[in-house]
Structures are given as structure tokens and as C-alpha cells.
Design a protein. Structure first.
Lengths: 343, 343
DNA sequence: AGCGCTTACGAAAGCGCTTTCGTACTCTAG
DNA sequence: CTAGAGTACGAAAGCGCTTTCGTAAGCGCT
């Protein structure tokens, strides 16, 4: 709350440049109605003085709100912090502010966060993280975002389909299929899945991919143990314990994200089950530590940082009539946590 | 940039409550000069209507700016994202917005970010991450922050001493000492240090702790290999390669943060050097993955999330005459990456 | 009854910007 | 040489809020 007197205002710049407030504003905004010569002078003076517009005044006066709200499930999860990194990069380039909110994978809380952002008049809202399979939950969020968009707000989502907004879509199903194929190709048949929280579309989609790979080999996902626990490291631990206990014959575990895979690996280590000799493990996302685990983790690489960048880039374009969709691409990264099925 | 007409304004609330704009403002701000009865009525009406103040207008009008700027070296580094998590938690409780900036460990860029935040009129600035040993660099930043504080801005820093602001100080030296003692206690004498970028106070402090432990055992840090590389996983790799090459007799490597330790472990694994049998490794910070590495990492635990919380809490208190300091505490967490020195 | 003093409230002045509207000036056409 | 169109700019009206200032009412006191 620095005091007024001391700060540089647009009037000061205008005065120094010998033009009116209005002209200065136009010059800096790049609007026309100002001669190149004058505009140049204003810009130079503003540079020299180190003028930075007061975003509050600017927004209040009806200019575009220069802040983007980013809703993530959890900032201190590498998946999301890498996405946030991408968003912040682009935002910095554009002179935008990024405001980050946790949702804690609680749909109700997420909705509250979104409402809050809207009330705060942010100009852009980015929602990252899996959607919910419960249509009622999604409908409410969608309605809120649609109203916001109709009022001129811009929205882009990462990893959710049904929100009526531009979307960056990780190839969850294709990735799941690739993981399935990889393990089946290695001869694994007794495969278990450490799946994240039931009710998340990401989980559903990745699972569908796995199922389709199985099908091509004449297997059915329904016959395999699929354990739904939290989409976190701890969830991975719980799932692994349960799999080991109920299905000791398992030779490969598919964790539906890297966090869970880390939990799975920890449990296997504790049980002195060697990976990949006795058990193969795969993850999903390729967070940056995945390569440094021991054994290093076979996983599906998603370009998280790029996804963040893409999402903001989408939101910065003018709205199109129908929501745009960008697929992310994915790569199977084979490392040391997978090997041939034990004989 | 939702259009004006549609949004609920304070006037609307005031009208509905049958009071003037001024009274409504006072009532909601909890200022006195309003009877309890009227204040209550206004609050109730505002609740019913779901009124949320426009922060831009509020800030512009001279109210406290409700956003806190957080400057970190790198968002997608777990150390910082955990700190950010703590800050965001407290901020959410207080109805504050958090605005995150990368500095990329570039002091010049960091200074620019800080200037930007000040120009943006944020009410609180939090700077996380090591300071720089070069006094000129720090002086400039300090001057900027002091001016900001004199204008009424609040500042708190995490892990830097010399910025003339309230500070949360991780026990870098004590932690370094604890690591040194631990390894010396295990019989290690040929110890190497994978140190972060020279010029970071965090590196200097942790190193000093190690040195003091060595001294108590009659050793001198100057006689040991200390390799300065980036304070990242990649830096850890480079340092480890160099240590293995130049000092193959080494039995323990101290990495000055967990990221570096991960790089070190990766290299050791690649060289098939068993940890901890042939080489012990320690890290610093205890980021959440440290426990899940293989071998799990012996390290110093710092309560990052709490540190974020504490920093914001400090900044929320009224400024005291002299900067406050809070130490964080630290714990040596012994895991599987350290063992007795090979005979 | 008159004086000051406090309390509860309203009117109105900004905060720093964008934008509309109006004005002076230049240019081309008739 | 002037009418009409176009261009470059300034004056001023807000945006929605906080806060200062002014005023009317209520209180106790002499």
C-alpha cells in the first residue's frame, strides 16, 4: 500500500512528453489516433522514467484485466508445478500476473475458487487437472465458466474435456494404451493397476487406454485387479500393499501417474521385491524426478511445461465459436523399471 | 474483463440496505462510526446478494492491496513449490491473492521482478531463496525493498539474512554441521562436497556448518574437494562425475541440497557404485521425494511448507522497529543412503 | 435554554487509468 | 475558395471503491 505521492503516474509521463494524458494512454496502448512521432516520444519517455502502469487503475477503467487465475489440484505436486512453470513463463513475457489457487481435488472447493477468481475480475482463468466423472459436479462448474465467458472472460483448461472451453488435452488414452502394449510386449499377463481416485476423468481415460491394449491381446481389464486409491504417492503405497497381498502372482503394476508409481516402488523396495526382475512398474507423466528414481521409471512423457504454455496461449487468442482442442502428444519412455515377465 | 453492467456493486448493496455508499463501505470494512444495528444489516444484505468487492477499485481507492507477491528461484523445484504451498494456504485463509514470480537464480532478473511487484502495488512481498554473497547485488535489492517498506509495504524473506526485512531462516549452518557429524561419526574421512553455485549464501552457510563439524574432528574443509556447480540435479551430476574422476578414494559425498543429491545418486548408479556400501550420500532439505529415492536419502529436514506459512504470517503482522527473525529448526533424517565408511 | 462534545451518518472528492466526445487542423474535391 | 472528410490531439467523464469533511442528532453540563 505504498503511498500515492511517490509513485510515477501516467500524467507525469504525459507531462514530460509534452502531451495530454489521453494521448499518452493511447500511445502506450498502441492504439491509433496518434502520430508515429508522438507515440515514439511517449514510449521513450516512459522507458526512461521506468514507468509501469498501475494495474488496478487500468483494470478499473475498463481495460483488460491483466491477471490470469490458475487453478491447480495441488501446487506442490510436480505435475502441477511444472505446468505452473510454463504458464508463468508465458505470462511474464506478456506482462501478465499469475494468481495460483489450490483446489485440493475437491470439486466443491474448486468451484469456490473459480467463483472467487471471477469475482476478482481476472481476465483469464486456467483450470488444470483432471475433471470429475460425476456430471452434476462438472455441470455446475461449466455453467459458471460459461457465464464468465459470455461476459468476456477467457478460459482454457488442461486435461478436462467437458468444460465448454479451449482445452489442452494430454493423450491419456493413447498413453495408457502404449503402457499396456509395452508390458504385454514384454510378456506380462498378470498385470495389476494402481489407479487414482475413482471419479477422475484422467483415471478413467488412462484406464480405457490400458483396456484397449489388453483387448487387442485378448485380455479383459475386468479380469485384472484395479485398485482405486488416492492419486498420490501415499495412494500408490496403499494400492501396492493391497495388490501384493491379494494378488501375489502379479508381475507388473501400472500406476496411473508417477506419484503413485513412486509409492509403488517404495513398497516393493520395502518388501525386497526386485524391479524389474520380479516385478515391472510403469508410471505416467514423466515428472522430472522419474529419471532419477531407482530403478529409473518407465513412464509416459507428457510435456507439462508446454501444456502450461499452450493453455495460456490458447486463452490469449480471441475466443472462437467452438472450443479449440490441442492434443499434447506423448512418448513412451522406457527406463529400468520394466523388463521381461519372469518365466 | 466481464462487463460492468452485470456485476454487483457496493452501491447496490448500500441501496438495498437503505444506507449510503460510505456507510456500507465502513460497515463491511468493520470500521467504526457505524451502529451495530446498521452494520449488521449491511453485512446481511451483502451476504444475501453474494457481494464481492472489486479488488481493483478497492486498491485504487487506497485500501490495502490484497495481493502478495512471492518471488522464488524456480517454481517447479520442489523446495520452492512446497514453500509456495504454505504461502498459498495462509493466503487463502486470509482472502489474499498470491502472485508468483520466477527469478531463475539471476540476481538482476530477481531485482526486476521485485521492482515490477512494487510497481504493481502489491501489499506484501515475499522473497524466497538464497541470497547472493556479492554485497553489491544484495545492496541494490535491499535498497529497493527498504524504500518499499518505508512507503508502507510489508516484506518477509525466506533464507536470506541481509535484506533488512523480517526473515525466516533455515538452519543452514547447523544442518551442515549435523550432516558433517553424521558422516564423521560413521567413520568417513575422505568426504567430498557437491556444492551449489558459488555466490549463494545458502551454499556458503551450509558449507560453513560442514567445516565446523570437520574442525571438531581435526579436519579442514580446505583439504577436501568442494565442487561448485549448479544448485540443481544436473549440477549434482556434473559434480559427482568430477569427484569420481579426480578423487576416486572418496567414501562420502555431501550434496548441499536434495536436487544435487539426486544427481549424485544417478551418477553413482550409472557407475554401479553401491550406496551406501562403497559411497555414502547425503542431501539437504528433505523434499518429499527424498524418502522415495533408492536408496532413500539421508538428509536434513527443513519444514518448507511451514516456512512459507511463517513468512506470510510475519509479513501480516505490523512492522516492528527491527527486523524479526525466525529460525526453522532442522532434523537430521537418517535413511539408507549413508552407512559406515568402507574399511 | 444554551454551550460544547461526541456519535452516526451522507455528500463528495479523489485513486490512476481508459475512452468518449469535441475541437482544431490538414487535405482533397468541387 | 470553401464544403466535407479525415487526422491528431485534449478535456472530461467515468470505472467502484475508500476516506475526508460536513452536518444533524443526541448527550451531559452549567
Amino acid at each position: 500500500m505504498p503511498k500515492p505521492g511517490s509513485r510515477l503516474r501516467l500524467v507525469d509521463v504525459a507531462e514530460r512528453a509534452g502531451v495530454s494524458l489521453a494521448t499518452a494512454s493511447r500511445a502506450l496502448a498502441g492504439r491509433d489516433g496518434v502520430s508515429e512521432e508522438v507515440a515514439d516520444r511517449v514510449r521513450r519517455v516512459s522507458q526512461e522514467l521506468g514507468y509501469v502502469a498501475n494495474p488496478y487503475a487500468r483494470t478499473l477503467a475498463g481495460g483488460a484485466s491483466s491477471t490470469v487465475g490458475l487453478v491447480v489440484h495441488q501446487v506442490d505436486d510436480p505435475y502441477f508445478s511444472e505446468i505452473a512453470g510454463g504458464v508463468i513463463q508465458v505470462a511474464a513475457d506478456q506482462g501478465l500476473l499469475v494468481q495460483i489457487c489450490h483446489s485440493g481435488r475437491d470439486p466443491g472447493f474448486e468451484l469456490r475458487q473459480i467463483r472467487h477468481l471471477i469475482a476478482q475480475r481476472v481476465g483469464i482463468i486456467l483450470v488444470a487437472g483432471s475433471g470429475y466423472t460425476d456430471p452434476r459436479v462438472e455441470a455446475e462448474t461449466k455453467a459458471e465458466l460459461s457465464a464468465y465467458q459470455n461476459l468476456g472472460g477467457r478460459v482454457a483448461v488442461i486435461g478436462r474435456h467437458s468444460l465448454g472451453a479451449d482445452a489442452v488435452l494430454p493423450e491419456n488414452e493413447a498413453g495408457g494404451r502404449a503402457l499396456g502394449e509395452h508390458l504385454l510386449g514384454l510378456g506380462h499377463r498378470r498385470i495389476a493397476v494402481a489407479a487414482g481416485t475413482a471419479g477422475l476423468t484422467t483415471v478413467t481415460d488412462r484406464l480405457a487406454g490400458v483396456a484397449s491394449a489388453l483387448q487387442r491381446h485378448g485380455l479383459d481389464l475386468a479380469d485384472l485387479p484395479v485398485v482405486h486409491t488416492d492419486f498420490t504417492r501415499e495412494g500408490g503405497r496403499v494400492a501396492a500393499e493391497q495388490i501384493l497381498c491379494d494378488h501375489p502372482e502379479t508381475t507388473a503394476i501400472i500406476a496411473l501417474n508417477d506419484a503413485m508409481a513412486m509409492g509403488v516402488l517404495a513398497v516393493l523396495r520395502a518388501h525386497r521385491i526386485s524391479v524389474p526382475e520380479r516385478m515391472s512398474v510403469v508410471g505416467f507423466d514423466d515428472v522430472s524426478v522419474a529419471a532419477d528414481l531407482a530403478p529409473s521409471l518407465t513412464t509416459i512423457r507428457l510435456p507439462m511445461t508446454d501444456m502450461g504454455r499452450m493453455a495460456l496461449a490458447l486463452a490469449l487468442k480471441p475466443r472462437s465459436t467452438r472450443p479449440r482442442r490441442r492434443s499434447t502428444g506423448h512418448t513412451l519412455v522406457v527406463r529400468d523399471s520394466t523388463g521381461p515377465a519372469p518365466a
